[in-house]
Write a protein of this length. Sequence first.
Length: 307
Amino acid sequence: MTVQKRQLSIIIGTVTIAAVVIGIALSSQNQMTKTEDSTNPRTVFWRHIHGLGIDPSDRSILYIATHGDFYQSVNGGPPIKVDEKRADYMAFNAPPSAGIPLYASGHPGTGGNTGLIKSTDGGKTWQTVATILEPPVDFHAMAVSKSDPNIIIGFDSAGRGLFKTTDGGKNWQTLTPPEYISALAISPTYANVMFAGTGKGIFVSNDGGNSWTHLEQYRGLLVFAIAFDENGTLYASTGEFGLASSSDLGQNWQKINTPKLTITSIAVDSQNKILYIAGYPPEGFQEAYSSRDDGKTWDLIATNKEL
């Protein structure tokens, strides 16, 4: 073998060994984040984002419930997968106050529906609270009361009913929904004041969901998401207006600047003045963002687009 060929062989061998070592290191680093792009931790392997929420005991933690896995993002950092068993979290509510479980609903990895499930360890493990129906309910819209956390309301995605419990899931009442419901929210101050987003606008109930009134401002509009912050400001996302907020229970609205995104999930950290949103741009990617200046600027938390 000539000297040149020997040198070339050594170089190729060195590069190959280095590539293997780097690959092992990156694999170990990203094992829990499930990143699609090993060079950018903000590219995360998820299908759809179905819910966002703040941990009231540690407000640096943002929960991200997705179709496939459950994540935590700390201080706006890249999300880390935390659930021990794969599931599709089609509805999710973070604890409205410390000491309350996380609630979710959707599909286990084995198939079927989960019914209402809860987690007391930040989303690592989940336990069944109630099946409500057989087969179990599949809530895609759900809300938990801050003033009375025993009150939970959820709408079954198969249209089998709107259900409400006032004792933390032991017993359930069947209510009549105003329309097919895409989103639910309960006032943090008044447990009987509830809002429902639908394909025909926003409806409000002042009697715990027993009767509903159409909000004129959003009549006929497709509603993707609604959520309260802990101070009572209501946020709504529609295809017509994008993201807007209301400080008077939906009577008047102020538009909020956002990235070009169809927003399907909203969470607000009022104490730290951080607004979180998730949804999809026209290209169809699933992305999450945060804003610390009322929507003037936005920071990307994660996307399933390869950056």
